[in-house]
Every structure is written in structure tokens, then in C-alpha cells.
Design a protein around this ligand. Structure first.
Ligand SMILES: NC(=O)C1=CN([C@@H]2O[C@H](COP(=O)(O)OP(=O)(O)OC[C@H]3O[C@@H](n4cnc5c(N)ncnc54)[C@H](O)[C@@H]3O)[C@@H](O)[C@H]2O)C=CC1
Ligand SMILES: O=C(O)C(=O)Cc1ccc(O)cc1
Length: 312
């Protein structure tokens, strides 16, 4: 049997990521059967209606029975509780994974519950949108995006390889690193940018009280991008910040220091400093484009086409 094929994939959590994994698994033909569970009856009903799982069941334990791949797709703060619920029903030899945006804390929450006869391989697809819930998923979400695996030092290399080739079948590029390194990299590239966007939109909200609807009416592209990011799911992002506290506070501290220097250059009229600084940051953006790495931003044209296609 090919490394990319699983007999039964169990998805715990059927929101944006869980439903997208189901659609992408179907597109790839990477599993015989997809079984799903979601905590709310409403999500289970929507998932049944949309039909991305072969079966939607009433308990997490039932979902994982006989599954050779289990992926926990819930907010990072809920990973420990969910793992405690499924631990007793996991099949021997199963690969257990997750999709959490934070890795060290998720490993600390999940690993103690898992029996010795399963293979735990944490993972994080660097792909998403500001939408959440079972209706927001689509098969193309992971195409050409990275999926980072953070196997523990004693992980079975065969299980890690199987999970990598599964994500590659779903369209992703894969890489491996330690959980600690992942959490620092993601604090820089995703978590702190989200904190800044949330805060900037909060500042504008305060201003809006003074200027009525001007902030919305005249919002330029930069601010609109912030509002898109700041529309992301509040539960998911609360959990990200509380579970990657150290790395986020480290990077936020550096951000604040740097902001003070830029602020001072503006106050003192140090145009040379500002010009040099902006030249350096522009080179970083150009380097990303030239390296062909500009795949982090979701392609909304394609997303909306996919959503309309499914609705029709
Ligand atoms: N949204 C994004 O852009 C990305 C999210 N992630 C990660 O994927 C995971 C899931 O995120 P989304 O699918 O976006 O969220 P979502 O809000 O769309 O779906 C979350 C799912 O988890 C279930 N759930 C919530 N709390 C639960 C609990 N205590 N017990 C059991 N089930 C519970 C919900 O019912 C829902 O089915 C999170 O860990 C997030 O960090 C990873 C990459 C991108
Ligand atoms: O929508 C965006 O801009 C994102 O940044 C999506 C995203 C959110 C969380 C992740 O852990 C990975 C990707």
C-alpha cells in the first residue's frame, strides 16, 4: 500500500481546517473512509449536509475507532481535553496528529494521554483564512502551502514519512523542525502580525467614535488587510496567544523597541534613518517574491470561486 493512503482517517473538529482536510483527502483519494466528529450538534448537522465526511459520529471516541490516521483539528487550548477523550479508543499502530498553530504547548497537552502503541506526529499546515466553521473549508486550501511537522526526538521515522507524504498528497510542501523553533518562527511570521492587526483595528475602533464612519469609508488597502486578519476566529487566536506566550512576548518586546526607534526618527525628522529602514524592509519583500515563496497569502479569487462552485 502506498505511503499516502490510509484506510480510515478520523477528524476531530470539523471547522475550516478539519473540513478542508476532508475535501483535500477526497480530492487526492488518500483514504478509503473519512470519519468526523465535532463538538456541537449544529456543526455535525452542517457537516452531514455538506458531505465531506463519509460518516459523522456522535462521540470523539467512536470517530477514532479503527482509524489508522487521527487528526485533532480543534483550537489549541482544547487539544489536551480532546486527546484524553480519544486515548482509550485509539487503534494500535495509529498515527495521531494535529494541526495546531502552536506546537510546544500542544505536545505538552497531548503526549501524556497517548498510549505507547500509537505514533504521535504533530503538524501545522501554514494555510488558512479569516473564516471558520465547516462551510468555510475547500479542497485547494493547502495547495503549495507549507505543512511543518515537529516530530519528537524518539518518533518513528516511518510514521513521520507517511504523514509527510499524506500532506504532500493534499497539495502541501512539507518540512520538519523542532516544536520550539516552530513556535519562535510562527511568533514572528504569524502570531505577532495578528496581534498587531487586532490592536490596530482596536485603535481605529476607538477613533471611529470620534469620526463616525470615516475610518471605514476612507480605509486604504493597508488597513483593510488588517481588518481581514482581525476578523479571524476569537477563540482560536485567544488560544494561540495564551499557548505561545513566551515567544510572542519576546517578539512583541522587540517590536515595541523597534517601534520606539522609528517613532523617534519621525519626531526628530531623521529622514535618512527612515529611508534606510524602508529600503531594508522593501528588500525583504522583494527577496520573498524572487525566491518564489509568496504563497502565504490566501488567493481569495480562487477561494470564492471554490465556495461558489460548491454552493451551486
Ligand atoms: N484558521 C486558520 O487559518 C488555521 C488554523 N489552524 C489551527 O487549526 C485548528 C482548528 O482551527 P479552525 O479549523 O480554523 O477552527 P474552526 O473554529 O473553524 O473549527 C474548530 C472546530 O473545533 C471544534 N471545537 C472547538 N472547541 C472544542 C472543544 N473544546 N472540544 C472539541 N471540539 C472543539 C469546533 O466545534 C469546530 O468543529 C486550531 O488549532 C488552529 O490553531 C492551523 C492553520 C490555519
Ligand atoms: O489568513 C491569514 O492571513 C493567515 O495567516 C492564515 C493562518 C492562520 C493561522 C495559522 O496557523 C496559519 C495560517
Amino acid at each position: 500500500m502506498s505511503g499516502t493512503h490510509f484506510r480510515r482517517v478520523a477528524l476531530i473538529g470539523l471547522g475550516l481546517i478539519g473540513s478542508s482536510i476532508a475535501w483535500a483527502t477526497r480530492r487526492a483519494g488518500a483514504a478509503d473512509e473519512i470519519v468526523g466528529y465535532a463538538r456541537s450538534a449544529q456543526t455535525r448537522a452542517t457537516a452531514r449536509k455538506l458531505g465531506f465526511c463519509h460518516k459523522v459520529v456522535e462521540s470523539p471516541a467512536e470517530a477514532v475507532e479503527d482509524a489508522d490516521l487521527v487528526i485533532v483539528c480543534v483550537p489549541v487550548g482544547a487539544c489536551g481535553a480532546v486527546t484524553a477523550e480519544i486515548a482509550g479508543s485509539l487503534a494500535a499502530g495509529a498515527i495521531v496528529s494535529d494541526v495546531g498553530s502552536v506546537k510546544t504547548s500542544v505536545i505538552a497537552q497531548m503526549a501524556p494521554h497517548l498510549p505507547a502503541n500509537v505514533h504521535f506526529v504533530p503538524a501545522h499546515p501554514l494555510a488558512g483564512t479569516e473564516h471558520s466553521g465547516p462551510e468555510s473549508g475547500f479542497a485547494e486550501l493547502f495547495d503549495s502551502r507549507w505543512c511543518i511537522l515537529t516530530p519528537l526526538p524518539d518518533a518513528d521515522p516511518h510514521a513521520t514519512r507517511r504523514l509527510r507524504s499524506y500532506w504532500e498528497a493534499l497539495g502541501a510542501r512539507t518540512d520538519e523542525m523542532t516544536a520550539e523553533h516552530h513556535d519562535l518562527v510562527l511568533a514572528v511570521t504569524s502570531h505577532v502580525p495578528h496581534a498587531i492587526a487586532y490592536t490596530m483595528v482596536g485603535v481605529a475602533d476607538d477613533l471611529q467614535r470620534v469620526t463616525d464612519s470615516e475610518v471605514i469609508r476612507y480605509s486604504a488597502a493597508g488597513f483593510r488587510d488588517f481588518t481581514r486578519i482581525a476578523a479571524s476566529d476569537p477563540t482560536m487566536w485567544r488560544d494561540v496567544f495564551l499557548n505561545n506566550r513566551e515567544a510572542v512576548l519576546d517578539i512583541l518586546g522587540r517590536f515595541a523597541e523597534e517601534l520606539f526607534v522609528v517613532q523617534r526618527a519621525i519626531r526628530t525628522g531623521d529622514g535618512d534613518y527612515l529611508h534606510d529602514y524602508f529600503t531594508r524592509t522593501r528588500a525583504i519583500r522583494r527577496g520573498i517574491i524572487e525566491a518564489g515563496q509568496d504563497t502565504a497569502a490566501p488567493d481569495f479569487g480562487r477561494i470564492h470561486k471554490a465556495e461558489k462552485g460548491r454552493a451551486g
